[in-house]
Design a protein. Structure first.
Length: 323
């Protein structure tokens, strides 16, 4: 398998996808970008009819280079990091995959890349090996790469609040030796103001959790909850650091890369449907896309297939209806 999902190596980064919204008598269909690990494709699922379309093919990539569906706030574009046509870098494309352009080539040996899209700062990155450690960067255009954290510690897994603040995990208050860090603490940056503040702590996080499955946090549309992966389950926690809850609680099954639905009522994620096809079993791992309602905890399987390895689902923001 060319995409080695187990080797997050402290940072996650990337996938990209796109979408075209359809109008029906019930409104717009929800479409979900995701990464097809086995075929190395950025794809999109039409939740209404289950159809899947391929948008971009990613060529051979360094382990640890993840593709995430990084939508623009208006849903008209997406960004991703990967190797396309022999070029390793971060790209922006229109929502249908057209008009793709390179916006940043990696510096040094960094395999990390774009993880979110800020309404003002535009692309939000994790990059390492520039300053000797991982830092959070923004990129408004190809010549304006800014280090937002500027710390000797490691900052990873950024995610953007609806109000523009940026949350991330860091070992700043731990042993700066990455191997001895848990990365359990979450901090927040407010763009335009120096420094960053402690936000919350996630008990049970460990270096093993970070490096094998990854955290992959997301903030709810109302800014009150964070969802994340921990030791193969999906959790939510209040932004006040209270009410941490295991919402999937699936013993023996790996679940990862969660994100909120557009209405904030559900979380979509990648998961195994049976132990013998779990990705950690090593026996022809099979991962499909699922959705869980946060009130009822009822799970719904969205994709089916014994040969699927789908990860990083992310809903596209609504596009305006055409008249």
């Amino acid at each position: 398998m060319k995409a080695k999902i187990l080797q997050v190596i402290v940072i996650a980064a990337i996938s990209g996808c796109s979408i075209q919204m359809d109008a029906t008598k019930h409104g717009q269909h929800s479409r979900i970008g995701f990464f097809d690990e086995k075929n190395m494709n950025l794809s999109v699922l039409n939740e209404a009819d289950g159809s899947i379309e391929t948008l971009v093919h990613i060529e051979d990539a360094d382990s640890g280079l993840y593709r995430r569906t990084v939508w623009s706030p208006d849903g008209k574009q997406f960004a991703f990091t990967g190797i396309v046509d022999g070029v390793n870098g971060t790209f922006i494309a229109d929502a249908d995959g057209s008009n793709r352009r390179l916006v940043l080539k990696p510096e040094g040996r960094s395999p990390e890349g774009v993880l979110d899209w800020h309404k003002d700062l535009k692309l939000i990155f994790v990059l390492k090996n520039i300053d000797g450690n991982a830092e959070i960067y923004s990129l408004e255009d190809g010549s304006d790469l800014k280090n937002l954290t500027n710390s000797p510690s490691w900052e990873i897994f950024p995610t953007v609040f609806p109000d523009g603040r940026i949350a991330f995990f860091s070992n700043v208050d731990e042993d700066l030796d990455v191997a001895n860090s848990t990365f359990k603490n979450v901090y927040v940056i407010e763009p335009g103001r120096p420094g960053y503040k402690f936000l919350l702590s996630i008990e049970g996080m460990s270096m093993k959790s970070v490096s094998t499955i990854g955290i992959f946090p997301d903030i709810s549309p109302d800014g009150t909850l964070m969802c994340f992966a921990l030791d193969g389950d999906i959790y939510t926690i209040g932004i006040d650091g209270k009410n941490m809850r295991n919402i999937t609680n699936s013993a023996g099954l790996t679940e990862l890369t969660p994100s909120f639905s557009l209405d904030g009522e559900s979380v979509v994620y990648s998961g195994a449907s049976k132990p013998e096809s779990d990705m950690l079993s090593g026996n022809n791992p099979n991962m499909n896309l699922f959705k869980i309602n946060l009130k009822t905890l009822k799970k719904e399987q969205l994709t089916f297939g014994e040969d699927n390895f789908f990860t990083h689902p992310l809903y596209q923001p609504r596009l305006p209806l055409k008249h």
